[in-house]
Design a protein around this ligand. Structure first.
Ligand code: NAG
Ligand code: NAG
Length: 323
């Protein structure tokens, strides 16, 4: 093969490969090499069900931690997503609620099942970013901070039940044919995780993998997503969907399952039995979570609607860490 042919073959291959990859965005950590962020889920209720109260406490904690960005685990707008770009819910549930100076940071949002009941393209549209520059929502994407890499995964299309539901309509435009969409997404995620050189690998989705809450485990994600997370030594899986705060550890891998779905309406007392060895924490009220990350440590804190610390967890990895 001539050198020119080789170059063009490599170029074609590169285009082919990058064409399949998840979109990647850079978000620098702090100069001293640390990162702090807040995680909230299941929130958009125009301030009701303590949404405003949680938002206020996020503002206070966010100030203390000097938050770099905020992660939303989905169900951004109840009950049925956004009707379109003009939907006042965008202001009423987002812009006018998370008003604290410390929350004027980039928000990385995934879509929840309730968002799929509305106009999905509207939530994904860059026009919303024009209205409120904090807003950032794509189906699946990567945020690379070098220190940690965040893989945001669109989990709603995995769950069979939405495709069989008759009392709600879902906006599946853009994800058909479904099986092609799901297998491509999993392949891209696997590739992204394999290529990642970040010390910490964190995957964010709306649906639970493991949960003692109302919805429980999502069987489709246990079957298809969990093996990929385990194989690639993912540190944390962060989700919403169950309206609670929860930390489950795994007995067969270092992976931790963190639910932050307490952004508004909570489901009191809706808990199933769980192996106490793995169940580190469960709170059936409202609140949110923070993550503080350095080269050697990750530190997780859960807060209630008064900003009280409910649970903390940390892990240390040596500076030169080999799996
Ligand atoms: C708001 O939070 C308080 C304290 O957790 C709780 O007692 C109350 O029931 C919550 N209100 C709603 C509407 O969820
Ligand atoms: C980190 O976790 C260990 C083990 O659970 C605990 O002893 C230590 O106090 C924790 N560190 C912090 C800063 O919370």
């Amino acid at each position: 093969m001539s050198p020119l042919m080789l170059v063009s073959t490599l170029l074609a291959l590169n285009i082919l490969l990058s064409g399949a990859e998840l979109q990647r965005f850079e978000h620098g950590a702090k100069v001293e090499g640390s990162l702090s962020l807040l995680v909230v889920g299941d929130w958009g209720r125009r301030g009701a069900y303590n949404q405003s109260q949680v938002a206020r406490q996020m503002g206070i904690i966010g100030e203390k931690l000097d938050t770099d960005f905020i992660i939303s685990t989905g169900d951004n707008f109840y009950d049925d997503g956004l009707t379109g770009l003009e939907d006042p819910a965008f202001h009423e549930s987002f812009t006018n609620i998370y008003t604290a100076p410390s929350l004027q940071k980039q928000w990385y949002n995934v879509l929840g099942n309730h968002d799929y009941r509305g106009n999905v393209e509207a939530q994904l549209s860059p026009v919303l970013r024009g209205i409120d520059s904090r807003w950032f929502c794509l189906r699946s994407f990567i945020v690379d901070t070098e220190l940690a890499e965040f893989f945001f995964v669109d989990t709603t299309p995995f769950a069979d039940k939405y495709f069989h539901e008759t009392d709600h309509t879902y906006d599946w435009s853009g994800i058909q044919p479904r099986e092609t969409y799901l297998s491509t997404l999993l392949k891209d995620l696997d590739l992204g995780l394999k290529e990642s050189t970040a010390k910490w690998k964190i995957v964010v989705g709306h649906h639970t993998i493991k949960s003692a809450g109302h919805h429980g485990n999502t069987v489709e994600l246990n079957a298809r997503l969990l093996p990929i997370l385990q194989e690639n030594n993912v540190d944390l899986y962060i989700n919403g969907h169950d309206h609670c705060l929860q930390h489950i550890s795994s007995s067969d891998s270092p992976l931790q399952f963190l639910t932050s779905g307490g952004g508004s309406k909570a489901w009191k007392g809706d808990i199933s039995w769980w192996n106490p060895e793995e169940m580190k924490f469960y709170y059936d009220g409202q609140g949110f979570m923070s993550l503080q990350i350095t080269q050697t440590d990750v530190y997780v804190v859960f807060y209630d609607a008064f900003g009280q610390v409910l649970h903390t967890w940390n892990r240390t990895k040596q500076l030169y860490y080999e799996m």
